[in-house]
Design a protein around this ligand. Sequence first.
Ligand SMILES: Nc1nnc(SCC(=O)Nc2ccc(S(N)(=O)=O)cc2)s1
Ligand SMILES: [Zn+2]
Length: 258
Amino acid sequence: CWGYGEDDGPSSWHKGYPIAQGNRQSPINIVPSETVHDSSLSPLIVSYEHCTSIGISNNGCSVAVEYADTEQGPGIYRGPLSDAYRLKQFHFHWGHKDWHGSEHTVDGKTYTSELHLVHWNASKYQTFREAVAAPDGLAVLGVFLETGEEHQSLHKITDALSMVKFKGSNADLKDFNPKCLLPKSLNYWTYSGSLTTPPLHESVTWIVFEEPIEVSKKQMEKFRMLLFSEEEEDEKLMENNFRPPQPLKGRKVCASYN
Ligand SMILES: Nc1nnc(SCC(=O)Nc2ccc(S(N)(=O)=O)cc2)s1
Ligand SMILES: [Zn+2]
């Protein structure tokens, strides 16, 4: 199947997933001077009050924290969105070293990691599976991580990583509210894109925050001890699980203002 190595990495995904060469692929390089400031863009509303996280798992390409799928669950609305989107999971992408690891770049600058909070359009679709392939099915919040001060809430995640070292492993992680992982400013860029891993569905309204959050080098090192491989397999360190920027193909990127 697909991966991030020499033979199964992003440059060969098009063989199994032709959409990889589609017209609204993600991530992209964001050029702030070329974004359109859309004054009709209202502030994004993040409503993460009722947060029943059910667990943390290593799915073989990243580490993800899943949320219970309930009506009054955590969600986002307004901003560029016409409907209410419900939080399904969040996960991270990172590099082998601190100088790279993010998927989106800003004027070519890479960050040490990128957090993705994956939401699906529960106003319009019955299930995540239905929404994941629909053009307005998903909304993903992107948060850049850069090395600096230790993040006071990220330790709840990094402390759990040793329990999900191997592909296919999962552990309890109760009531983790990801609001604490958002930056102070909710200024964002938004554009129409895709999943950044196979099946690469062009179903994502991307909302990427301008302001990064700070995490310590030690906290990043804990992500790099995770494995792509299963127990009993040859150890393959989980790192560089990011797709490089894809062609913009004429899309415009809008900037919020709040
Ligand atoms: N029928 C199907 N069920 N599930 C899938 S894909 C599962 C899934 O959530 N994939 C996913 C892949 C990439 C991203 S990302 N990195 O946020 O663009 C988010 C989510 S296809
Ligand atoms: Zn992602």
